[in-house]
Structures are given as structure tokens and as C-alpha cells.
Unconditional design. Structure first.
Length: 356
């Protein structure tokens, strides 16, 4: 980016956005005071917020292009998930806040992490489905791929004027259309690629296990070599996988449902490492792993009971538990999409009887 004076930046904003000089000057002073920066730096921040280019045409980066350590990047994406803020303890013993968002564009998805002041500044104003432009975040390697961390230089703009916006699919299109909607009463066992809309009626347990990053199978620790061993891939650096067992009711029937991995952690709203620490604490208090998983689900995650969701997966028969729904993913109920689904079904039925 070329170096411009404050007046040059103001002139560009006037040309491209039609604001008065006095309006711009006042906003610059507010930003300078809010962030403790010079007015020239505040003018740059304002230009970025308004989508005014201050130099050469910015590089059109996508999530797939991001590499840990990159600087000066900007990404345009849609918010897919939004997790509640949580507290953490800083090195000096004070308490801070952090919140995670899952964002995606036409090439992939990433985690956007808001820290402290960024939580206060942006979290409440950002909603699932919003398109945002993230300017100058820190790009890091996370447990599940690239992460964007909002720092004091980062700017987040809702509904930006950017050609990449048109390339981002709506929320409905990032779901798979290969799944067939069914009612629980219709399930007989063996169905694949089906989805059910229902209400979480019971929590059975939550657990976390160490898994191979390649095949997601459980791995065993070998103390003699201080390594984790996967039966298929040998020594590996394991990742933690969350499993949530719950009962789903759709008014036509009830089925025990198991949700795995990131989808389970997202439904719970906590990272598997956090869940694992809570389970270990209960086990240290004398509970068995099975008892700990049941206690944690009932005591901490009970607000999930009554939540209406759509789950997608396959139905299997378990020799001990009977018919199970093994869910691969879940979503919030989108009322507009549900209305459109009913409209399409009604149209098909009318057409079948020649009444359209």
C-alpha cells in the first residue's frame, strides 16, 4: 500500500463515498481516540471500513490461499457458525474473553477468532449468514486448519462492496442436497443419506477420544516409545474427537443419535480440548469414564434439550442399542428454507395430480 497523507486519504473518501470533510474529520478523531492511534492511522482505518482503496488494487485472496504467517491479507466470507464468548486466564492472571466464528467462501472454511476488545466491538453485531470482509488479521495454523485471529489492526466490515461477495454460496447451498428428508417413524434401519428435523429430547453422554488425523480412528498410547499408534497409519500426532449421544424426537418417533467430530463440538459450543479437561476432572473425582460422560452431558450441556435441529447421516442397527442415527452434520432450522421445502413438495403433489 502506498503511503498517503491524512488529507490525501480524506480526499479519496470524499471522491468515492461522497461524505463531507467535516463528517470524515469527526470520524477520524473518534477512531483515533478509540484505538489510541494517530489521526493518519485512523484515516487509514476509516478508508478500510468504508471500502476505499488507498493504493494498488488489493490482492483477491480466498481461504484456500491462506498460509500461516501471511500478513496484510483480506478475506471476504460468510458466517456459518457463531459460538458464545468464553473466558480465559491471561499469563498475568487477569481474565479475558474470546469468541470463535466459522466462516466460509467459495473455496473452503476457516475459524475466525475474536479476542478481548474485538469481542466487545464486533461479536454482537455479527450474525450467522452475514457476509463480512476481514482486513489484516493474523493468519495462524490451528488444530483444524488455518485460523484468522483478529488483532488490534484488524477491521471487520459487514456487507462489503467486493466482487468476491457474489461468489459466496448462500447457507442453504453449503449443505448437501444428497440427503432425503424423512420422519423418524419411517426409519427401519439401513437408510443412508437421510436427514431428520427434530428436537433434542435427551442427552445420554459426551466423550472425547484421541484419534488418527488421517482416518479418525481411535489411537493407543505406547508409553515405551512415548508415541500414539494408529492401527493403519502407525505413529501419529493425534487429534481430539468429540462424540455426543442424544435422543431426537420429531413427534412421529424417537431415535438415539450420535454426532461426531467438529459437528459435535460445534453443537455443544466448546472445543474438544475443553470438554476433555472437564471429563478428566470428573474422572479424577472418582467417576468412571462412562459416568463422567453422562454427568457432564446432564450437568453442563442440558440447555441443548429442547433445541430443534436438522441432522444428516445414516441409520444403523446396533446389537446393544438397537436402531441408531449416525449423524455426520447438523444445522439450525432455517424457517425460510423449510417453507420453501414445503412449497416445492406441494407443487410436486399438485403437478402429479394435474392441478398445478
Amino acid at each position: 500500500m502506498e503511503v498517503l497523507t491524512k488529507d490525501e486519504i480524506i480526499n479519496r473518501i470524499i471522491r468515492e463515498r461522497g461524505l463531507s470533510r467535516s463528517e470524515i474529520e469527526e470520524k477520524i478523531r473518534e477512531l483515533a481516540k478509540m484505538h489510541g492511534v494517530s489521526e493518519n492511522a485512523a484515516a487509514v482505518m476509516l478508508a478500510e471500513e468504508l471500502g476505499v482503496s488507498l493504493g494498488k488494487e488489493e490482492e483477491m485472496l480466498y481461504i484456500k490461499d491462506l498460509v500461516p504467517g501471511m500478513t496484510g491479507v483480506n478475506i471476504v466470507a460468510r458466517i456459518k457458525r457463531k459460538f458464545p464468548p468464553r473466558e480465559y486466564t491471561r499469563r498475568d492472571g487477569s481474565t479475558g474473553r474470546v469468541a470463535d466464528l466459522i466462516i466460509y467462501d467459495s473455496t473452503g472454511q476457516a475459524r475466525l477468532v475474536l479476542w478481548d476488545a474485538m469481542v466487545a466491538k464486533y461479536y454482537d453485531d455479527l450474525n450467522v449468514g452475514d457476509v463480512i470482509k476481514v482486513i489484516d488479521p493474523t493468519v495462524k495454523e490451528g488444530m483444524r486448519g488455518v485460523e484468522l485471529h483478529a488483532n488490534f489492526r484488524t477491521r471487520i466490515i459487514k456487507n462489503p462492496e467486493d466482487p468476491r461477495v457474489e461468489e459466496i454460496p448462500p447457507l442453504e447451498e453449503v449443505r448437501s442436497y444428497n440427503y432425503r428428508r424423512v420422519q423418524i417413524k419411517e426409519l427401519q434401519g439401513g437408510e443412508r443419506f437421510v436427514e431428520v428435523r427434530g428436537t433434542i429430547a435427551k442427552l445420554y453422554r459426551v466423550l472425547v477420544y484421541d484419534a488418527c488425523p488421517e482416518c479418525r480412528r481411535r489411537v493407543d498410547y505406547d508409553p515405551s516409545t512415548d508415541t500414539w499408534i494408529c492401527p493403519e497409519h502407525g505413529p501419529v500426532n493425534p487429534v481430539k474427537i468429540t462424540v455426543l449421544d442424544f435422543g431426537l424426537d420429531d413427534s412421529t418417533g424417537y431415535i438415539r443419535t450420535t454426532l461426531f467430530g467438529d459437528s459435535a463440538a460445534e453443537l455443544i459450543g466448546e472445543e474438544p480440548e475443553v470438554i476433555d479437561e472437564k471429563l478428566k476432572k470428573l474422572i479424577d473425582e472418582g467417576l468412571t469414564p462412562k459416568e463422567a460422560g453422562k454427568r457432564l452431558a446432564e450437568d453442563e450441556y442440558y440447555p441443548l434439550i429442547g433445541k430443534e435441529i436438522v441432522v444428516r447421516g445414516s441409520v444403523v442397527e446396533d446389537k446393544f442399542l438397537g436402531t441408531l442415527f449416525k449423524a455426520r452434520s447438523w444445522d439450525e432450522v432455517n424457517e425460510k428454507a423449510e417453507i420453501e421445502r414445503v412449497r416445492r413438495e406441494l407443487y410436486r403433489e399438485l403437478k402429479e395430480y394435474g392441478l398445478e
